[in-house]
Design a protein around this ligand. Structure first.
Ligand SMILES: Nc1ncnc2c1ncn2[C@@H]1O[C@H](COP(=O)(O)OP(=O)(O)OP(=O)(O)O)[C@@H](O)[C@H]1O
Length: 307
């Protein structure tokens, strides 16, 4: 289990992680989502004691990372930056790591098999492809048979077979009762494997929700086609209703049924030529959540009316 309480990191006057509280529970895959620069890697580095929090705290299995005598048995992590000696073989690298914790050679062979690295176990790590490097990183993370597994963007650069392998592995690890935290900036990919989502933007918690709840919340909405979008939009807007102008002569309305929209349009004499119930994709739900929290924002592609 990972428990963050009011976790905060400031660099100079910039707050990169802002009073973040969350729990990563055993038996679940928790997706850690946020746009680039949201503070995911910084948070994960604080979990591992690689960065000190400016305020707040984060515990792994009840105590800080540094408070564990044999941390590899508590949490296995794959962070983006790799620190593997290129001249070493996969076996050599894992054996050296195993020795720091008195882990035997048998476990090294087990994780090599688990990661599908059997055929390249004695090859120089420097000659590994990106996918093989990721597999080696995951083998290293699992070496201590940890209760918590934390992976930063593990599918980055992997081919479809590698992505599927990681998905199955994560589900298996959670099925064994481990707490799994997986960071990504891709909602659709994460939703396929995660049970729970922690979404952050500019270091702040935006959502802490099950995938099922988010799917339910993102259902619904009506696409409205009209030549008088600019007039109809404000007429529809109200408490609990959001109206987005998604293009020329088109509105996306959430919080009103097609029938209610038709009634408003009729009352005000606005001609409507399309009323299509739609569901937003999880990707859209994610973009909606993080829209105001992007560190690098591009110019909006469409206008928006909301009240
Ligand atoms: N050592 C540092 N000194 C100053 N600023 C830093 C430092 N490390 C990270 N930052 C800043 O903190 C912010 C969050 O970075 P972080 O890498 O944690 O985000 P992220 O969510 O992992 O993003 P990405 O998906 O791009 O990896 C960024 O604005 C980054 O520039």
């Amino acid at each position: 289990m990972i428990e963050a309480r009011e976790l905060t990191k400031r660099y100079g006057d910039k707050t990169v992680v802002d009073r973040l509280s969350f729990t990563v529970k055993p038996g679940e895959v928790t997706g850690f989502l946020g746009p680039n620069g949201a503070g995911k890697s910084t948070t994960m580095r604080m979990v591992l004691g690689l960065d000190a929090p400016t305020a707040g705290e984060v515990h792994v299995n009840g105590r800080s990372y540094a408070g564990h005598a044999a941390p590899l048995h508590e949490i296995g992590a794959l962070l983006e930056a790799k620190s593997v000696h290129p001249g070493r073989s996969a076996v050599g690298h894992l054996t050296a790591l195993a020795q720091t914790h008195g882990i035997g050679r048998r476990r090294v062979d087990e994780v090599i098999d688990l990661a599908g690295l059997g055929s390249v176990a004695h090859k120089r790590v420097g000659a590994f492809s990106l996918g093989m490097g990721q597999r080696l990183g995951i083998a290293a993370a699992l070496l201590g048979d940890p209760e918590v597994v934390m992976l930063d963007e593990p599918v980055n650069g992997l081919d479809p077979e590698g992505v599927l392998w990681i998905r199955n592995l994560l589900a298996q690890l959670a099925g064994e009762g481990r707490a799994v935290l997986l960071s990504s900036h891709l909602m659709s990919e994460t939703a396929q494997v995660a049970d729970h989502l922690i979404i952050i933007g500019r270091g702040r918690l935006l959502a802490d929700t099950s995938v099922a709840d988010l799917v339910e919340a993102s259902l619904g909405g009506v696409r409205v086609g009209t030549d008088e979008a600019a007039r109809l939009g404000p007429l529809l807007a109200g408490p609990g209703v959001s109206v987005t102008s998604s293009g020329d002569g088109e509105l996306q309305v959430a919080g009103l049924s097609a029938r209610e929209i038709a009634a408003v349009a009729l009352r005000h004499g606005v001609l409507v030529h399309e009323l299509t119930p739609t569901g937003v994709s999880l990707e859209e739900a994610f973009m909606e959540l993080t829209r105001d929290e992007l560190e690098y924002q591009s110019a909006p592609a469409s206008g928006r009316t909301e009240r």
